[in-house]
Design a protein around this ligand. Sequence first.
Ligand SMILES: Nc1nc2c(ncn2[C@@H]2O[C@H](COP(=O)(O)OP(=O)(O)OP(=O)(O)O)[C@@H](O)[C@H]2O)c(=O)[nH]1
Ligand SMILES: [Mg+2]
Length: 445
Amino acid sequence: MFESLSARLQGVVDRLRGKAKITEADLDVALRDIRLALLEADVNFRVVKEFIARVRERALGVDLLSGLHPGQQVVKLVHDELVTVLGGERHHLALDGALPVLLLIGLQGSGKTTTAAKLAVRLRKEGHRPLLVAADVYRPAAVDQLVQLGDQIGVEVHSRPVGTPALEVARSGLEAARQRNKDLVILDTAGRLHVDEAMMDELVRIAGVVTPSETLLVVDAMTGQEAVKVAEAFHARLPVTGLILTKMDGDARGGAALSIRSATGLPIDFIGTGERPDGLEPFHPDRLAQRILGMGDVLSLVERVQETVDHDEAERIAQRTLDGRFSLEDFRSQLGQIKKMGPIGQLVQLIPGAGQIAGAAQAAVDDGELKRVEAIIDSMTPHERRHPEVIKASRRRRIAIGSGTSTADVNRLLKQFVEMQRLMRSLGGGRLPAGAAFRGLLGGR
Ligand SMILES: Nc1nc2c(ncn2[C@@H]2O[C@H](COP(=O)(O)OP(=O)(O)OP(=O)(O)O)[C@@H](O)[C@H]2O)c(=O)[nH]1
Ligand SMILES: [Mg+2]
């Protein structure tokens, strides 16, 4: 997401950053480039106009032309303005009361059902006991979809036979939640192709029954400016409290995300970044602005690591590393943890200054490469994993055949592993974070 916008803005920023002096003409050129970049990213033209006007006004206000590091100052102004456009502070879900209800609404196919499951996963991780309620009663498949997702993620789903009025499902859902000792209800509703009165009426009535803590509008970011219009239409009719933008993984331009807050005044709570139940990220305006400007997003990276890494395991490996006993088994375990964090390209993008190399990194270390390394290690015997020095020519051939790779691949991995071990020993005493070994492997390529 935001790839081309990010590349273009980074170009502008890089040109400004180094300048010891900025003339008004320089500023005009930079603002023109920023304006074009935003328009190309499908940002609403009114939003763009205001954006540029505010940056210009503030730039002239701080007397850039004589100030210290004027380039840096312009970059900061652009950054601050991006943060503002994206919504300022991170908005948190209001989950108060004995049994808060999240009501998910949106057009057909926007991602409500998928998002309901994603929210359940995320909020359970935060200590909640959610119940999913299937109030999309018009299609049997809709109920089945939620039931299946619930099975997959291990969250209970309340459903009633198809044909039961949605209001009744919602009401009985609350009751079921109380009986089953849940502390949160996530209500999935039916979508329509267009914003229509019948749907709005039903949603208004459901909201009347369940008094939601949050009415979350799910919109498909890939529809660009259409998403903004849809959000305006829903908001005009219902007390929407927040937005979830789905399919951000598929929208390289990101215009919807950059326009929708200004257009509706509603905060973006989460963005959907994939079809899987873990493809949901909290929306941090400041971090995203930094990511767009190529300043990286270290906090999100750290969080991603914290969420996925098994700490006992990391601790155990760190200890073994200290003791100089780091084995291929430990390495295998680290790879597994890295894989859980998601595509490498996405991770690399979070590293400051790495935005532009993310694509290349993804190509070089695609998931295929990880799988190959894992397959090689999996084809070794436990003894071989602990004592790789016994792996001579005939064993290498067997491992290559077993893992569907070549002896050259096996050789390379073993050589890299030896180098990595040496590196770790030489670092001796210093604690290594999980993933250090992986970096070692990359460095050895
Ligand atoms: N790539 C990607 N796909 C998504 C995301 N969110 C949802 N999808 C996909 O979008 C399609 C529609 O998602 P649903 O959750 O069924 O949408 P819905 O709003 O419940 O649709 P209706 O119940 O028909 O109104 C599915 O194929 C999802 O896998 C996302 O963040 N990224
Ligand atoms: Mg659905």
